[in-house]
Design a protein around this ligand. Structure first.
Ligand SMILES: Nc1ncnc2c1ncn2[C@@H]1O[C@H](COP(=O)(O)OP(=O)(O)OP(=O)(O)O)[C@@H](O)[C@H]1O
Ligand SMILES: [Mg+2]
Length: 200
């Protein structure tokens, strides 16, 4: 589903945030990205989401080379999934409106997703999930910034998604989350993928 071939990414020229990463994530697998602060997890997830493009190497999603930026606004972000499903634009609009309303975030509609608070980002992410019943979810620290109750809600949601054979990719420092959810632990060090361990 996700294929990275010798992918590098640098925010500035002298320090690569990702350095020659090759990783294949088949449909239905659950991959945890782990590694120290600054090792490249978030950058890798941003790449998978098409928010940044490789400076070297190739990224393919379902065999299609990703060379386009997308998800400019919260509205676009939530609409992205339904649009992938080849639903009519009218049906996409209906789903986006419905999930914005459900999460009470209508007022965020035209904001860029990165210009929102941590809690708001979570709500946007949930709205995206609800709008599309996706095949794959890419998540950066899915439990960060959530209170205990919301954390167990998210853990239960992830378990349900895994049981439904969704492809899950998430970065986390939470070892319990790795053990409860992931079937592969992929470890980054200084932008390099140094290990992929099968957990189950
Ligand atoms: N916007 C940015 N501009 C310049 N450099 C950046 C930017 N974001 C990240 N970096 C650098 O890229 C490298 C990888 O950062 P990244 O955010 O991917 O790490 P991470 O593994 O997600 O870390 P953490 O566990 O702290 O979330 C680091 O050296 C970081 O300093
Ligand atoms: Mg990070």
């Amino acid at each position: 589903m996700f294929e990275l071939e010798n992918v590098s990414y640098a925010y500035d020229e002298n320090a690569p945030a990702l350095d020659g990463v090759s990783l294949r994530i088949p449909k239905g697998s659950a991959v945890a990205l782990v590694g120290a602060n600054g090792s490249g997890k978030t950058t890798l997830l941003r790449l998978l989401n098409g928010l940044v493009l490789p400076t070297r190497g190739e990224y393919r999603f379902d065999g299609v080379r990703v060379d386009q930026l997308f998800c400019g606004s919260v509205d676009d972000e939530i609409a992205f999934g339904p649009r992938q499903l080849d639903l009519s634009e009218e049906e996409c609009r209906r789903r986006v409106d419905g999930s914005l309303k459900l999460l009470g975030i209508e007022k965020l509609r035209f904001r860029p997703p990165y210009a929102t608070s941590g809690g708001e980002k979570r709500k946007i992410a949930f709205a995206s999930v609800l709008s599309l019943n996706p095949d794959a979810l890419v998540m950066d620290e899915p439990l960060a910034g959530l209170d205990a109750q919301s954390q167990s809600l998210v853990v239960d949601l992830l378990k349900a998604l895994r049981a439904a054979h969704k492809t899950l990719v998430f970065a986390t420092h939470n070892e319990r989350l790795v053990e409860e959810i992931a079937d592969v632990r992929a470890t980054l060090e200084f932008g390099k993928l140094v290990a992929t361990d099968r957990l189950r």
